[in-house]
Design a protein around this ligand. Structure first.
Ligand code: SF4
Ligand code: FES
Length: 255
């Protein structure tokens, strides 16, 4: 169909919820005039234009960069985090992945610790509170050090950089059957603790972040790997094993 100029229509079954305390429900809408090259958020915007013309409440959904960088655009599409495909984001999802007449179910992240604000938008501030509990370096680092005065093994530097690319999008948590924030916490711990500046506070940081996640109601890691497949940054679940080992060391040294 691509390149033929033909358009098609789909049915969107969308979660509508007027506020965080209201009862939500699915509502089905037909959207016409879709081309295979459109992205999924374009289709939601097309629907909203029509809803506004009819005097109805538009569907609330989140996005920021729309170029695959920020991770803000998280949705569950036909049961998949960010829709079909691995390590991707909804703003990159093209309509060529769907067929004319498809009924597509669109829901917000389904996590108890991410309450729905409205429709498809959720409150992810639980992750901010976890970081506030210790996701930082509190010692004074002084001025910029001389180049090469602080040697960091190449593998550690690369792993720390990959971990630092975590945007806190929550896709890993939405994909986990337990709603575990393990990959998020493991990434935040790794990007600080692997570098010399972050090493002195490693134990205290590990304990603070893990306990803060438990307090926020995130579940335990079940090691099924869904988090790794969902992460738009390609952060690997090996970091979770390292986090567990750091946790045991931290708890033992805390006694
Ligand atoms: S680990 Fe990946 S999926 Fe999880 S919050 Fe960070 S970037 Fe998002
Ligand atoms: S809006 Fe930023 S990754 Fe989709």
């Amino acid at each position: 169909m691509e390149g033929t100029g033909k358009t098609f229509s789909v049915q969107l079954r969308i979660w509508r919820q007027s506020n965080r305390h209201a009862q939500g429900h699915m509502v089905q809408y037909q959207v016409t005039g879709i081309t295979p090259g459109m992205d999924f958020l374009d289709v939601l915007e097309k629907l909203n234009e029509r809803l506004l013309l009819r005097g109805e409440d538009p569907v609330v959904f989140e996005y920021n960069c729309r170029e695959g960088s920020c991770g803000t655009c998280g949705l569950i599409i036909n049961g998949d985090v960010h829709g079909p495909g691995q390590n991707t984001v909804t703003c990159r999802l093209k309509m060529k992945n769907f067929n004319p007449g498809d009924i597509i179910t669109v829901e917000p992240w389904r996590i108890k610790s991410f309450p729905v604000i409205k429709d498809l938008a959720v409150d992810r501030t639980a992750l901010d509170r976890i970081l506030e509990a210790g996701g930082f370096i509190s010692t004074s680092l002084g001025g910029a050090p001389e180049a090469n005065s602080l040697s960091v093994p190449k593998e550690d530097a690369e792993e720390a950089l990959t971990a630092a690319s975590c945007t806190g999008c929550g896709a890993c948590i939405a994909a986990c059957p337990n709603g575990s924030a393990a990959l998020f916490i493991a990434a935040k711990l790794a990007h600080l603790s692997l570098l010399p500046q972050g090493a002195p506070e490693r134990n205290a940081r590990t304990i603070s972040l893990v306990r803060a996640a438990q307090k926020e109601g995130f579940g335990p890691c079940c090691n099924n790997g869904a988090c790794e497949q969902a992460c738009p940054r390609g952060i690997k679940k090996d970091l979770i094993a390292k986090m567990h080992s750091a946790w045991i060391k931290a708890i033992l040294s805390d006694r």
